[in-house]
Design a protein around this ligand. Structure first.
Ligand code: FES
Length: 133
């Protein structure tokens, strides 16, 4: 992390907010702006989720929250990368715990911890315990 000493910070103009082209502070704190960004940006365009090299082997995955949605980003058995909502299709349980890109998880299949519905790395439901069919 960059450390600034006094000589560097004193060189910045005291009128920096008037002189800069930066967005007004409310763009970083206003809930209405955040809601607009979720709809107009995260909901409509491709968004960087992480680097492909962090999940180089089939079965490796990480989680990433974009807007209000947490995603599982996984390298499939076919070598392609897919992203799924981290939500079980059965009753909406969270499928996997938060897993950072820097310490990816590894799974042959993804099993919901609640009722054990199990999905393959392509997102297809592969098995359910008989009691929850
Ligand atoms: S909520 Fe996932 S198996 Fe029931």
């Amino acid at each position: 992390m960059t450390q600034w000493d006094d000589s560097q910070t004193k060189s910045v103009s005291e009128d920096i907010t008037e002189e800069s082209n930066a967005l007004p502070a409310r763009y970083f704190t206003d809930d209405d702006v955040f809601e607009m960004e979720k709809e107009k940006v995260f909901g409509q365009y491709w968004v960087y989720a992480g680097h492909a090299n962090s999940i180089s082997d089939p079965g490796q995955y990480f989680t990433r929250t974009i807007g209000d949605r947490q995603l599982i980003v996984v390298r499939g058995h076919d070598g392609d990368i897919k992203a799924f909502d981290n939500v079980c299709a059965h009753r909406g349980s969270k499928m996997v715990e938060d897993t950072p890109m820097t310490d990816p998880g590894d799974a042959k299949r993804i099993k919901c911890p609640y009722h054990l519905w199990t999905y393959d790395l392509e997102g297809e439901l592969k098995s359910t315990p008989k009691s929850f069919d």
